[in-house]
Design a protein around this ligand. Structure first.
Ligand SMILES: [Zn+2]
Ligand SMILES: [Zn+2]
Length: 375
């Protein structure tokens, strides 16, 4: 098939990608064809993609419906190489070659099913696809762990706002948007005491956005100490190291900080089932508990419905994934406060495509908070 006009100045090349061929198998480097650009599509040169906890779950086959082989990498930053008839980003900002952008990894939401139309919860739309997770590597460059990323027509591109660096955006990565969504979902009020459980990228971002949302005090429970140190750099007032404090010690201190009542809002970003009963036992009566850390099944946990929920008059919410508005609002807000929130410090290490296995191992072993793939 004849290639388009762009081929005249952008010769076809083979594009290297790190491919997860099957669960628990070493990644392979594949050479894939440069895509044919459809009208309405955008081709990016990858600047950086991230390794998040979800990628570790993907490696171990813990997510349903994943069409291995896949090119992982759902949140990425890239430079526009070609834009075929797309002259502005999703918010109308001019877009052209050389612009540095990110994009909403969820695509093909149908806007016509019951979930989209009646429940108005497109995050549960059965048609939706996610870059780096539910596209096969045989379908093209649809994940970030590759030299180039092909944005199909309709993918929502967002030009990185003025004042934000690539490292700040990708340092938070998908945790940035998930943490933002968790705080948004909590409906917290200015002056509230907010406790974040978990000190990974989601927890760190949630803590930062709770502060920006006007929290009176932000507390964090997590480990290791290096992550809690990042939490303090992002505005956390007091941290509790899971490795050196007992549940009783944490509870005593947190209750004493809150007049014996407990935090108004708790965001669970730990991903361990045991965090939930601890969190509910700390939550003040009438408080709000948001669970964002359980993207995969981390097991069961006993709860006492009388004590933990009913008598407590608790509001317990789950937050599944993020919508496009979370991405744009999070980055717009972050751009305004970029100097106060050094999210780039979350980046632990950068890895080449060939080092993707090592990156996954390091993330799984908590050796790095945020690992980047920089092809
Ligand atoms: Zn739908
Ligand atoms: Zn992720």
């Amino acid at each position: 098939m004849a290639r388009g006009l762009a081929a005249a100045y952008l010769p076809a090349m083979s594009v290297r990608a790190a491919v997860m061929v099957a669960p628990d198998a070493p990644l392979e480097i594949w050479e894939l064809d440069d895509p044919e650009l459809e009208p309405g599509s955008v081709l990016l040169e990858t600047v950086a993609s991230e390794v998040c906890g979800t990628d570790v779950h993907l490696l171990h086959g813990q997510l349903a419906g994943v069409p291995y082989p896949i090119i992982p990498g759902h949140v990425s930053v890239g430079r526009v190489l070609e834009n075929r008839g797309v002259n502005s980003d999703a918010l109308g900002n001019p877009l052209g070659p050389g612009d540095v952008v990110t994009f909403y990894d969820v695509h093909e939401t149908c806007w016509s099913c019951w979930h989209c139309l009646v429940a108005r919860q497109p995050n549960r739309c059965p048609s939706r696809k996610v870059y780096g997770i539910t596209y096969s590597a045989r379908d093209g460059l649809l994940g970030g762990w590759a030299e180039r990323i092909y944005l199909k027509p309709g993918v929502k591109v967002f030009r990185i706002p003025e004042g934000l660096s690539v490292d700040q955006v990708i340092g938070g990565g998908c945790g940035l948007f998930t943490g933002f969504a968790g705080v948004d979902r909590s409906g917290m009020s200015m002056g509230d005491t907010v406790l974040v459980q978990g000190a990974g990228p989601v927890g760190l971002s949630a803590a930062a956005f709770a502060g920006l949302s006007g929290a009176g005090r932000v507390l964090m429970i997590g480990a290791p100490e290096s992550r809690l140190d990042l939490g303090r750099a992002l505005g956390v007032d007091e941290t509790f190291d899971l490795e050196t404090t007992t549940l009783e010690e944490r509870k005593d201190r947190i209750l004493s900080l809150t007049g014996g009542r407990g935090p108004d809002v708790i965001i669970e970003a730990a991903g361990h089932a045991s965090a939930v009963p601890e969190g509910l036992s700390l939550l003040r009566d009438g408080g709000t508990y948001v669970i964002v850390g359980h993207y995969t099944d981390a097991g069961d946990v006993p709860l006492n419905p009388h004590v933990d929920l009913n008598r407590k008059h608790a509001t317990v919410l789950g937050q599944w994934g993020t919508d496009f508005h979370h991405l744009t609002r999070a980055l717009t807000l972050l751009a305004r406060h970029s100097e106060a929130l050094p999210l780039q410090r979350i980046i632990g290490k950068r890895y080449s495509l060939e080092e993707a296995d090592q990156a996954l191992a390091d993330v799984e072993a908590l050796k790095v908070t945020k690992a980047l793939i920089t092809p």
